[in-house]
Design a binder for this molecule. Structure first.
Ligand code: HEC
Length: 103
């Protein structure tokens, strides 16, 4: 019966790690719409995870509508030192998220 505390603490560790670092969705073929390719979305995800998590936690893609993301990504471009085309990839990734508010 000594194992139970160990299992509980492991569960807690996993829970804490998960809650500080919400898992960002990974794009699949079904996320692809219009002229955006799966490669674009995957690159956008990589940029988002590597460039946008330095100063604050990563915001979930579903947290903002498309127009709110546009505004936020424009505002953050300078801080993240990304080019216009990188910014566009990040934006496309964010707005292609499942369950996201449109507009
Ligand atoms: C150099 C640090 C830094 C980097 C890199 C950075 N941010 Fe931010 N971010 C901030 C700060 C500081 C704030 C809060 C103040 C503000 O709104 O300017 C913020 C706020 C935000 C908000 C909330 C805005 C709001 O008005 O509620 C979002 C969303 C966001 N960042 C997204 C991003 C994205 C996307 C990237 C990558 C392109 C990024 N951030 C990169 C520093 C950073």
């Amino acid at each position: 019966m000594k194992k139970i505390p160990v299992i509980i603490s492991l569960g807690l560790v996993v829970f804490v790690l998960y809650s500080c670092n919400p898992k960002m969705y990974t794009p699949t073929a079904s996320s692809v719409t219009g002229s955006v390719t799966l490669e674009n979305l995957t690159e956008g995800r990589n940029l988002y995870v590597s460039k946008c998590g330095e100063c604050h936690r990563l915001h979930k893609a579903s947290q903002y509508s498309s127009s709110e993301w546009k505004h936020n990504v424009d505002k953050m471009q300078k801080k993240a030192h990304i080019t216009d085309s990188q910014k566009e990839l990040v934006y496309q990734y964010l707005i292609a998220a499942p369950g996201k508010k449109k507009l």
